[in-house]
Write a protein that binds this ligand. Structure first.
Ligand code: BYC
Length: 342
């Protein structure tokens, strides 16, 4: 299915082809015709996802200079760098839909686009690095593995790589907490305290309950989402309880118990008023996160300008140059051998 057809294709034919592609669970690619609302929904979700990765570097990045050992520091640096990479894959996916990274970042800074509520909570101790890895990245994996099969090609392909890295993130968090649980009473208490703070916000990451989720139905029809918010939240609870037992911690929910009939854990209702307050900008760290992002964006302006000027100059230089001859072929034997091997 391509828009590059001669003549003016009938919109109803294009719509039927689009529906057919979705029905076959095939991918929609950037040059394919798509309904404007589908494109807008994707830009909204992919931008929000990209912003979450970039803003999500802050709570943990805050601890890089205070890591308790060289090993922990190397792990945390790698993780935070991965998150920057995830943001870039996702901004690139949004770019294929016609939304530039500059435009999206400006919207984020102006408060016109969202990012995940979870990053508006503070990280009060190094233990939180472990808890974020275990619970926040664990929730992210639950949400993102199904997104590998989302209907828009560039988004789904970005998610495949992101999920591989997220699973390392989750394991490093669990391993950090497990190490602490084998340590002193004080360390065990710190893990439990951190888990108590992050449990409910992690459940809120999946979004509002299905009854209160205006976008789910249409996004499911279009194959952008393949599971509802509540389905994924339940999956996360079911997955996390045995992990908590193995770790030796509890979740702060008296209503958490196995339901034989349903084959799932029952759990209490998260505080949705708190969720909406955080989403609307009134969480503990909203201002701090957005201001920090704005400062980094402003301070990086000269780098973007310099890179652009360099690219323009190089392009102008390349046009002026004579067509390359064999003399201009790479002479570095390593490069030549590598190319020959391809
Ligand atoms: N926080 O109709 P709904 C990470 C908004 S990064 C804030 O259910 P939808 C990581 C929602 O946008 C993880 N806002 O929406 C990084 C909508 O408002 P708008 C980020 C939320 O889109 C670093 C309204 O509420 N993951 O893993 O169908 C370190 C109604 O919601 C939230 C993604 O972004 C929220 N939690 O479903 C560690 C995954 N939830 O936009 C880890 C991709 C909802 O209409 N996104 N809202 O103004 C998704 O899967 C979906 O967008 C959501 C929401 C499930 C989040």
């Amino acid at each position: 299915m391509t828009t590059e057809v001669t003549g003016t294709p009938d919109e109803t034919v294009l719509e039927a082809q689009f529906a057919d592609t979705i029905g076959r669970k095939d991918r929609i690619e950037p040059r394919d015709w798509m309904p404007e609302k589908y494109r807008k929904t994707l830009v909204r979700q992919v931008a929000q996802h990209a912003h979450s990765e970039i803003i999500g570097m802050q709570p943990e990045g805050n601890w890089i200079s205070r890591a308790p050992s060289l090993r922990r520091k190397a792990i945390l640096l790698a993780k935070v760098q991965d998150e920057a990479g995830h943001g870039l894959y996702l901004y690139s996916a949004a770019e294929t839909l016609g939304a530039t990274r500059d435009e999206l970042t400006e919207k984020l800074i102006a408060g016109k686009q969202k990012y995940s509520s979870i990053f508006n909570y503070p990280t009060l101790s190094y233990t939180d690095v472990g808890t974020i890895g275990w619970l926040v990245d664990g929730a992210a994996i639950c949400n993102q593995v199904p997104l590998c099969r989302t209907s828009f090609g560039p988004y789904g392909r970005a998610m495949i790589r992101i999920c591989k890295e997220e699973s390392f993130h989750q394991r490093q968090g669990y391993e950090l907490l497990m190490t602490m649980m084998r340590g002193t009473d004080e360390q065990r208490a710190s893990v439990q305290e951190s888990v108590n703070r992050f449990w409910w916000p992690s459940l809120m990451m999946f979004g509002p309950p299905d009854d209160d989720s205006p976008n789910t139905e249409q996004s499911m029809e279009w194959g952008i989402k393949t599971h509802t918010n509540d389905e994924l939240r339940q999956k996360f609870v079911d997955m996390s309880v045995p992990q908590a037992e193995a770790l030796g911690v509890t979740f702060p929910d008296d209503g958490l118990k196995w339901n034989e009939e349903r084959g799932h854990y029952d759990f209490s209702t998260p505080d949705w008023d708190e969720f909406w307050a955080v989403v609307k900008g009134n969480g503990p760290c909203n201002d701090q996160r957005v201001n920090h992002r704005k400062r980094a964006w402003d301070e990086g302006a000269w780098v973007r300008e310099a890179a652009l000027a360099f690219a323009e100059n190089s392009a102008a230089g390349a046009t002026d140059d004579a067509a390359p001859t064999d003399d201009t072929a790479p002479t570095n034997p390593a490069t030549t051998a590598e190319e020959a091997a391809k």
